[in-house]
Design a protein around this ligand. Structure first.
Ligand code: 13P
Length: 260
């Protein structure tokens, strides 16, 4: 069984460093020192430094929510992977749907960022997923395959094995609508088959594929119990320590029980 990985995407929250520190402290206390389920938090960039200080000595990873593909230069408003690493980041989310759709980020840009992240040793979490319109038009698999073809281009199998994918159906993000475990599993299985066809079975079996979209403590166990769902990328519920820790606990329970 692949180790489950629960990551909190705080998006543009909370509004103060004080609140970010308090949330990080509560998550750190609740996670403790057990590393059998991987855990990471991804605060806004301006709070990375504060949260890194809190997380010191804990197994919790620290992720940024975006990065530029260039190492330095005249890119106003951007941050390089090296800067993120310097401030303590171990992970970086790439290609979140709120950037793909809200800010027109393309697969080619995500691919460039991915190569840059891998090049300096950040663990990338690459997001993919269809809109409601695309699902209703029965295009889910085509959309997901297209996003993977573009954003994962040029990776070796070894590089691919270290990438985390997050399948986040856009219609399930922040809406309270969760994909059912069978809907999510069907797409995760498609993703695993696609990875097998491009990178080989051994690599595909190593890739951690998270599910994201209204994951909460009360639906986490069922989702995480599905054979190809290897974790969760959590938005809203990651802003309340008790809810996030409830999801981490669900992952621990699934890990203890094992999957079929
Ligand atoms: P919600 O959990 O708020 O639906 O957000 C999911 C998400 O976008 C995580 O990246």
């Amino acid at each position: 069984m692949r180790p489950l990985f629960i990551a909190g995407n705080w998006k543009m929250n909370p509004s103060t460093s004080e609140a970010a520190v308090a949330l990080a402290e509560a998550v750190k206390a609740g996670v403790g020192t057990s590393a059998e389920v991987r855990v990471a938090v991804c605060p806004p960039s301006v709070f990375l430094h504060h949260v890194d200080a809190v997380l010191s000595g804990s197994p919790i990873g620290l992720g940024a929510q975006n990065m530029h593909w260039k190492p330095d230069g005249a890119y106003t408003g951007e941050l390089s992977g090296a800067m993120l690493q310097d401030i303590g980041c171990t992970h970086v989310i790439l290609g979140h749907s709120e950037r793909r759709h809200g800010l027109h980020e393309t697969d080619a840009q995500i691919n460039a960022k991915l190569h840059a992240a891998i090049g300096i040793g950040l663990i990338p979490i690459v997001c993919i997923g269809e809109t409601l319109e695309e699902r209703q038009a029965d295009q889910t698999n085509d959309v997901v395959a297209g996003q993977m073809t573009g954003s994962l281009a040029g990776l070796s199998p070894e590089q691919m094995a270290g990438v985390v994918l997050a399948y986040e159906p856009v219609w399930a993000i922040g809406t309270g609508l969760t994909a059912t475990p069978s809907q999510a599993q069907a797409v995760h299985e498609f993703i695993r088959d696609w990875l097998t066809s491009k990178f080989g079975e051994a690599t595909a079996q190593r890739v951690v594929v998270q599910y994201g979209g209204s994951v909460k403590p009360d639906n986490a166990a069922e989702l995480l119990g599905a054979p190809d769902i290897d974790g969760a990328l959590v938005g809203g519920a990651s802003l309340k320590a008790a809810d996030f820790l409830g999801i981490v606990q669900a992952a621990r329970d699934v890990t203890a029980k094992g999957k079929p």
